[in-house]
Design a protein around this ligand. Sequence first.
Ligand code: NAD
Ligand code: IPM
Ligand code: MG
Length: 357
Amino acid sequence: MKIAVLPGDGIGTEIVAEAVKVLNALDLKFEMESALVGGAAYEAHGHPLPESTLQLAKEADAILFGAVGDWKYDKLDRPLRPEQAILGLRKNLGLFANFRPAICYEQLVGASSLKPELIAGLDILIIRELTGDIYFGQPRGRRTAVDGHFPGAEEAFDTMRYSRPEIERIAHVAFHAARKRNKKVTSVDKANVLETFQFWKDVMTEVGQQYPDVELQHMYVDNAAMQLVKAPKAFDVVVTGNMFGDILSDEASMLTGSIGMLPSASLNSSNQGLYEPSHGSAPDIAGKGVANPLATILSAAMMLRFSLNQEAAAQRIEAAVQKVLAQGLRTPDIYSEGTTKVGTAQMGDAVVKALQA
Ligand SMILES: NC(=O)c1ccc[n+]([C@@H]2O[C@H](COP(=O)([O-])OP(=O)(O)OC[C@H]3O[C@@H](n4cnc5c(N)ncnc54)[C@H](O)[C@@H]3O)[C@@H](O)[C@H]2O)c1
Ligand SMILES: CC(C)[C@H](C(=O)O)[C@@H](O)C(=O)O
Ligand SMILES: [Mg+2]
């Protein structure tokens, strides 16, 4: 079992170190190889996704990824910016299915900004299409406007697009996932305005007919953003495009207490996967030893489950995470009165200890 370990930038290195600690504490044999990615790779090799890093990722059974990005790179040409590394990995490896489960652990009900009764027992799964949409559509760029409100003005443009097979395959992923859960799929779109999302809705409806045992609900994205904080437990599986999924998953993270609790898995059609927390490199807290490593540790559990066929080990990690939360240990992002504040490494150590108990 070969794991490519790509810590990246900012808190990426701190949180991945804890996940690696946890993996090493399992009685399993992994070959782990690390490489630079993002701003760190740009500094060393002049490119955020060097050929050697991409090659390592392609050859591995799974990739454990931290986060990339820092404000100091925002003025670079776009192809050289750290974020292009994660986008390039997703595209090159065909990682089209992004699973972002938002689970509110019993012990964290008080850590969310929402009322406890709204989120207690919450378990929803956001499935975000990850290799299409306005993120990758061509053409894009800058030009002089020939029409619109200001002809002759400088303008920028991107292209939103989805093809039928792209929508069909993510629809099947969502319906399959729902079959193993509460048998409800909410497809989030903006069909009332965008042709891309009318097409999305039509194809979702067609594919849904093959799953008569699963309820399909359509919802506009603006309403979905509102319903997620009004009645989040009404959702089971949420399937949506790349851009809406990016935004709604950050919103859903607050239902779990913190973005530091939201893991993710990005899979391709051969179940090779990239596993990363849903959050970014958090430059505001990087280097302080206070980042929450649990989203990354839980992403490692997803890696064991989805790509490495080690369900028992995945469950051991998840149980260990619940145990440290039950012990009252909290990084600052999930701290509340009466609990014990710990740093990144202490939290990782506690998970390792809980694994062994
Ligand atoms: N997949 C990725 O690598 C990824 C994802 C999102 C953002 N980014 C990049 O990260 C950089 C920072 O972006 P941002 O600030 O908008 O988003 P962010 O997710 O990095 O941070 C948002 C807020 O959440 C907090 N936070 C994030 N992770 C945390 C953790 N584990 N524990 C405690 N607090 C945590 C941060 O301190 C910050 O206040 C940008 O360069 C952005 O492009 C990368
Ligand atoms: C860093 C950025 C490219 C990325 C995205 O928009 O997909 C991030 O926000 C995420 O959610 O993984
Ligand atoms: Mg995001």
